[in-house]
Design a protein around this ligand. Structure first.
Ligand code: SAM
Length: 263
């Protein structure tokens, strides 16, 4: 069982991208892969296919792997019959992948390192299954620092800390480049997509209550923290329904293995 099994039905609605974003991410990913022909891609932590579905629809040689069967079921439902494309979905733990060494041209970790219990193990295992010219590509959505989401996230961390809950994440958990540098890769970051999205405090409250890390806290703690955050947000933003149009982007950290590094 994975905490994402329970979150799967609502994941796409709460974390939807604009329609053209997954395609833009796919194009940037393919542009980062060396060589000709049709690369074999592993999307590790593929989830509900929010991004991966663009690869499947385009007929790429694509394997989506995820710990959560619930997320993979949502992915499968959106993609139709597996016989109509070159894609495969597999339930697997990214810390112990059921694939041979050097099997893939690219491994994608899209919004996964910050969700993983042991990001470093995922990166190491991804390095094992990449071939010598392969690329490891970690992607994440970047929200504005002064936007509603970022401000509410910071406030929630303060509230939980005041309640004695150690909800701090590893300070570098969100920084894909950190894990890739640790692994000794040659790293560069590119922006695959930018867009403007409307944010409201009430939408943050709904999204965060269903977030993987928050969802596992004891119910009385969650309820009290949400109540306090709700009060703070109503006072700070004037209304829980206050709308703010904010700039977002999706960054890819592209890591090329150094010769002899993991093989
Ligand atoms: C935030 S979701 C992102 C899903 C998808 N990549 C996207 O961007 O829409 C994180 C995903 O990583 C998966 N995950 C976390 N740890 C994992 C592990 N050790 N092995 C496989 N999948 C894992 C979760 O099950 C979840 O589906």
């Amino acid at each position: 069982m994975s905490v994402y099994d329970a979150l799967a039905p609502g994941f796409d609605r709460l974390r939807a991208f604009p329609d053209d974003v997954p395609g833009a991410i796919r194009r940037t990913v393919l542009g980062a892969i060396r060589g000709t022909g049709r690369p074999l891609l592993l999307d590790l932590g593929a989830g509900s296919g929010r991004i991966g579905a663009a690869f499947v629809a385009a007929g790429d040689r694509y394997i989506g792997a995820d710990l959560s069967l619930g997320m993979l079921r949502v992915f499968a439902a959106r993609c139709g019959s597996p016989h109509e494309n070159d894609a495969l979905l597999a339930q697997a733990d990214g810390e112990r992948l059921p694939f041979r060494d050097a099997a893939f041209d690219a491994v994608l970790l899209m919004q996964v390192l910050s969700a993983a219990n042991h990001p470093r193990r995922l990166v190491a295992e991804a390095g094992r299954v990449l071939n010598a010219s392969g690329v490891l590509i970690a992607g994440r959505t970047i929200a504005p620092e002064d936007g509603i989401d970022a401000r509410m996230k910071r406030r929630l961390a303060e509230i939980l800390e005041a309640m004695g809950v150690d909800a701090r994440r590893n300070a570098s958990a969100d920084t894909s480049a950190h894990w890739l540098h640790l692994h000794g890769c040659e790293v560069r970051t590119v922006t695959a997509a930018t867009w403007t999205a409307e944010r409201t405090p009430v939408a943050f409250l709904e999204r965060h209550a269903a977030g993987a890390r928050f969802a596992v806290l004891p119910p009385p703690i969650k309820d009290l923290a949400m109540l306090r955050l709700r009060d703070w947000a109503a006072a700070s933003f004037g209304s829980l329904n206050a709308v703010s149009a904010e700039p977002f982007r999706f960054d890819l950290t592209i890591c090329r293995l150094q010769p002899g590094m993991s093989h």
